[in-house]
Ligand binder design. Structure first.
Ligand code: TNX
Length: 525
């Protein structure tokens, strides 16, 4: 069966007979499961060239139902000669059960057109399954390299196939602004385009002078959000402030520290790294970003994501130190220093979001100078920020760069196409543990603060979908098992067993057209 991520309980019935899926198989959904039926009919229908007609009595076929007696996202799946039944604690649970069903139907179930006939045999089995974490995320940086809408939709399908349920979209950075904001049109007219790109991060200095750019219209965003919702995935938007904001300053120079530098000449950045041109923490900036966030909240309703990510990472303070305006503000607010000012700035948006029924999440730098009361933390510089935040009663998403930064290399060899960062192979990701021992020792009150984990894909040097696929897979499959399955402590994890299952999983990825890193080494391209 080679299921990935591995379910909690799998009972294979010794005497059970296989189920044959074919042109005569009916599919019926009870209340709440209709959306999953639509999805399943679309996927299996295309793969096997079958109709899966809806018959209220789906005996001998596939039945989907919701039973609130099960936990949220949990499901039971039974396969026997006389039919398939999926029961989920909620529609999401039914959907994750449907993902397992697709894997049981074999790699052909991942194709878009039938090859090798219209039937598939599913092994007799009884599965009980539920996720370990409620936040099973993947971050895609569409700011450094813009990924057109269809790439994002494809990634939503790939996340769903791995039972991941959060897509964090890094929508703004120094090198590009990727979301249409009606009241500030220059954000996309100017901020979405750059004159070229520095290719390579640390080792290379080549400059690609082709202009690069693009952005999502508000309709695109609505489509992405709706497509995600059908797949029980929440989309968390990130608007990065007060650092990583040069694209916005290039569009609206008044947002920068105008008494320190001439911000009217700042371009959308074409190089990478930590950048000293940051936002000025003035009323102009606050009102401007409140306007941005008003439109963002409208596009990402609370049931899609209560969380809004406001970045907060890598904000050098030199310009604030040199600015008379900023120094006057620090004094007027009675603050200690520039770190306290950043904390005040983030705190402003924490309250602003809370007043609108939302929650702020930011990178772990938002801990410096004091964390706003309702804020949650993405712990990226290792576990320390997450541990401190959990101890202070804040929710945490673990994404330590040493373990789950998928822009980092997968192998130490000279042929690796993206030779940056720590070497992190599939096995290293498989041994990533979201709850560090320091928190586990302090008991469930603290471990429950860890909402889950996410893998982050930064795209400075990833300028094509193929490159994104290569860095993401197979590691995302290992990550999915870490956040979904109930694995033992890292040292005890059976990576050999996982690697054996990956052989079957690679066939699924092949059928989906995913250009993962092959086990033997990089692709020739
Ligand atoms: C650090 S993680 C960053 C990103 C870079 C990444 C490269 C974080 C909050 N900031 O701006 O893209 O390293 O690995």
């Amino acid at each position: 069966m080679d299921l990935i991520p591995a379910p909690r309980v799998v009972r294979t019935a010794l005497s059970g007979e296989d189920f044959v899926l074919g042109p005569d198989t009916p599919l019926h959904a009870g209340p709440g499961a209709e959306g999953v039926a639509r999805w399943l009919r679309g996927v299996l229908g295309a793969a096997f060239g079958i109709a899966l007609p809806d018959r209220a009595d789906a005996s001998g076929g596939i039945t989907l139902r919701v039973d609130p007696g099960l936990d949220a996202e949990a499901y039971r799946l039974q396969v026997g000669a006389d039919g398939v039944e999926i029961t989920g604690g909620d529609p999401a649970g039914v959907f994750w059960g449907a993902q397992t069903l697709r894997q049981l139907a074999g790699e052909r179930a991942f194709r878009r057109a039938p090859v090798g006939g219209h039937e598939a045999r599913l092994p007799a089995v009884a599965i009980e399954d539920a996720p370990r974490f409620g936040w099973r995320g993947f971050m895609l940086d569409v700011a450094r390299h813009f990924m057109p809408k269809d790439v994002v939709l494809r990634y939503l399908d790939l996340l769903a196939a791995h039972k991941l349920n959060v897509l964090h979209l890094h929508l703004t950075d120094d090198q590009g602004w990727r979301i249409e904001i009606k009241r500030h049109p220059r954000l996309t007219e100017v901020g979405s385009w750059r004159t070229g790109t520095k290719v390579g991060l640390r080792e290379s200095t080549r400059f690609d002078d082709r202009p690069h750019g693009g952005y999502y219209t508000q309709d695109d965003i609505r489509e992405i959000v709706a497509y995600a919702a059908e797949r029980h995935i929440r989309v968390v938007p990130e608007i990065d402030i007060p650092g990583h904001s040069q694209a916005a300053i290039a569009a609206y120079p008044e947002l920068g520290n105008t008494d320190v530098i001439d911000t009217t000449t700042l371009p959308v950045l074409t190089t990478w790294g930590v950048n000293s041109n940051v936002l000025a923490p003035t009323d102009t900036t606050l009102r401007f970003y409140e306007g941005v966030l008003e439109e963002v909240l409208d596009l990402f309703p609370a049931d899609v994501s209560p969380f809004v990510h406001i970045g907060g990472d890598e904000c050098p303070k030199e310009q604030w130190r040199d600015s008379k305006t900023v120094q006057a503000r620090i004094e007027e607010l009675g603050l200690r220093d520039e770190d306290a000012l950043q904390s005040w700035f983030i705190g402003h948006f924490d309250r602003w979001l809370a007043d609108r029924g939302r929650r702020l999440i930011g990178w772990d730098e938002i801990l410096e100078g004091g964390l706003a009361p309702g804020a949650a933390v993405s712990s990226w510089r290792g576990y320390a920020g997450g541990i401190a935040a959990a101890r202070a009663g804040h929710d945490v998403v673990m994404c330590p760069e040493q373990h789950v930064y998928f822009d980092h290399r997968q192998d130490g060899g000279p042929d690796e196409p993206v030779p940056i960062g720590w070497v992190r192979a599939q096995e290293d990701v498989y041994r990533f543990e979201p709850v560090p021992a320091q928190l586990a020792e302090e008991g469930p009150r603290l471990t429950s603060r860890v909402l889950g984990a996410q893998a982050n894909l930064w795209t400075e040097v990833l300028d094509t979908v193929r490159a994104v696929d290569y860095q993401t897979f197979p590691r995302l499959a290992a990550f999915a098992e870490v956040v979904w399955s109930d694995l033992p402590a890292p040292a005890l994890r059976d990576h050999d067993g996982f690697a054996a299952r990956m052989a079957a999983h690679r066939a699924r990825l092949d059928a989906l057209g995913v250009e993962y890193r092959p086990p033997g080494g990089p692709h020739p391209w």
